[in-house]
Design a protein around this ligand. Structure first.
Ligand code: SAM
Length: 284
């Protein structure tokens, strides 16, 4: 991403989450703050025409995926809390709203939002404009994951590496160099037993069919021309083995079949996710 301006993709995925609240019934991901966080102007535009940001045939698939990955991360977080997790680290948080509707308040779950400093400063201004209160159990940790180690970034944020933590990392890995992704995953793997992570990732283009490849190329071109090119892509089988070698004892890769079976079964509107990305869950 460009150093001097906030992530444009953070705003775009937040628009999709907000559109999901208005368009889809039943909702896969219920987010009562989704419309407030996108700003008055965008929220009014969406209310006037909920499909106004749905500009290509791929739009419903992207909207479905954005909703499903947040739902999955928060479902896995809930399981983590049963295992003893008391720290939730949202990596590349963008306009994620979990901290502002945290169902475990009063210090039961400390939340850390990690993001590129420019995007985080923009989000904080956005929260203030929208009158969304920043809860006392949330800590902001500005970190450029491309150039700084996550451990360093969390050190100053009252994060306790000796306690179980759950990490979500949604819509971010593709924007980082592969080595930065692996370094962050190694740090998470060194967390106490019971810790875990959910992240989504793009499938290596060499594994795609020609039809999937043309969708991939169209999206890749769109994000690159917006100044946030994709860098990291993975082979699911290889990534699974790498996570196991890092020390994750439980690794579950979810492709489109698994995600659609979990969250989009028997829908009358045909909403479902496409096949360019997977969602991984790994536990220490
Ligand atoms: C597509 S947005 C996803 C935001 C959020 N996770 C969501 O699902 O709504 C990508 C996020 O990755 C963050 N990001 C990109 N490069 C980064 C870097 N080098 N360090 C930290 N965060 C980064 C951006 O600031 C942005 O918040």
């Amino acid at each position: 991403m460009k150093e001097d301006r906030p992530s444009g993709t953070a705003q775009r995925v937040a628009l999709r989450r907000a559109a999901h609240q208005l368009i889809d019934d039943p909702k896969v991901f219920d987010d009562p703050v989704a419309l407030r966080i996108i700003g008055n102007e965008s929220a009014s535009a969406l209310h006037a025409d909920p499909r106004q940001f749905e500009t290509t045939p791929l739009s419903p698939y992207l909207r479905a995926f954005v909703a499903a990955r947040s739902r999955y991360a928060e479902d896995e977080l809930a399981l983590g809390i049963q295992r003893g997790v008391r720290q939730y680290v949202i990596l590349g948080a963008g306009l994620d709203t979990f901290a502002y509707r945290n169902p475990h308040p009063g210090g039961a779950l400390r939340v850390f939002e990690v993001d590129h400093p420019t995007t985080q400063a923009w989000k904080r201004a956005r929260l203030e404009e929208a009158g969304v209160m920043v809860p006392s159990d949330l800590t902001f940790a500005p970190v450029d994951l491309e150039t700084e180690a996550l451990a360093e970034g969390l050190r100053g944020a009252r994060y306790d590496p000796g306690k179980c933590a759950f990490f979500s990392w949604l819509g971010v890995t593709e924007y980082l160099p592969t080595e930065a992704v692996m370094a962050t995953l190694r740090f998470i793997a060194s967390s106490p037993v019971g810790s875990g992570v959910v992240f989504d990732y793009m499938i290596s283009p060499s594994l795609l069919t020609p039809a999937q490849r043309s969708h991939f190329d169209a999206l890749a071109q769109r994000v690159a021309s917006a100044g946030e090119p994709w860098h990291a892509f993975f082979d699911p089988a290889l990534l699974t083995r790498e996570l196991q070698a890092m020390g994750f004892g439980y690794v579950e890769d979810n492709g489109p079949n698994e995600i659609n079976a979990l969250y989009f079964k028997d829908r009358k509107d045909g909403l479902r996710v496409g096949s360019l990305s997977h969602i991984m869950s790994a536990r220490v």
